[in-house]
Design a protein around this ligand. Sequence first.
Ligand code: ADP
Ligand code: MG
Length: 273
Amino acid sequence: HDRDTTTGRTTGLPVDTGAHPLLSVRDLRVAFGEREVLHGVDLDVRRGERVAIVGQSGSGKSTLIAALLRLLPGAGRITGGEIRLGDDDLAHADEALMRRVRGGRIGLVPQDPSTNLNPSMRVGAQIADALRAGGLRGRSAVRQRVVELMTEAGIPEAARRADQYPHEFSGGMRQRILIAVALARQPELLIADEPTSALDVTVQRQILDHLQTLVDQHGTTLLFVTHDLGVAADRTDRVVVMLDGEIVEQGAPAAILRDPQHEYTKRLIAAAP
Ligand code: ADP
Ligand code: MG
């Protein structure tokens, strides 16, 4: 496959540089009660692109993700703007459409693996459910795909370990299982919200490398949330910097690192190890 000229990235599927992005967020505003925490966010993500959202804790990264999925906690609500996914406006979509979006079109790798696997169900069965939700049929075909996905996600002895329960896996392995679950539904957009922040640095890097390989193989579009600019710059096509509920800067990782425009980005780079 050719190297994409806009991003310099080699993928199974080329980045679509056409006029219609997969995801297009316009002037998105979110409030918790009376307090506005997203102050008009604009963000486009093209098909096949890997975009990192970087920003310190409290800058609104998870709120943005929750708004995309219409899963804002507590008194959170969208107070303005649009969220276009393909032809749909998720900011104004009904619950039936949002269930379909959450059930397949957008996949989420959550921050904390401990709360997102069913403790009383074998991990292979959980991946199999996701595969069937994505339309795969046939007992042996599903079983084979479960083992393939686990192997691709970096879980050794997948055929045996598919029959184990979540508590029999380390935190890092559970995170890999969640990546397999998310990919099983073949999402158009895979979102990972600080998927490794609960893990030690070596395991983080291994998992991120696997995530990168997987999205490349599957041609999946990735929105990757992290507070670590170094991690973001290594593994994505574009870095979006958030501060206090606004996007303050975005661009190719090399350009951001070489020539940051915003004071906050300069501080992030100076603080990086
Ligand atoms: P990040 O993911 O970048 O750390 P968040 O999106 O979690 O940031 O938080 C953005 C802002 O929204 C913060 O000021 C936070 O206190 C506020 N916030 C997040 N969740 C809630 C909630 N459930 N209720 C009220 N405020 C919240
Ligand atoms: Mg967060």
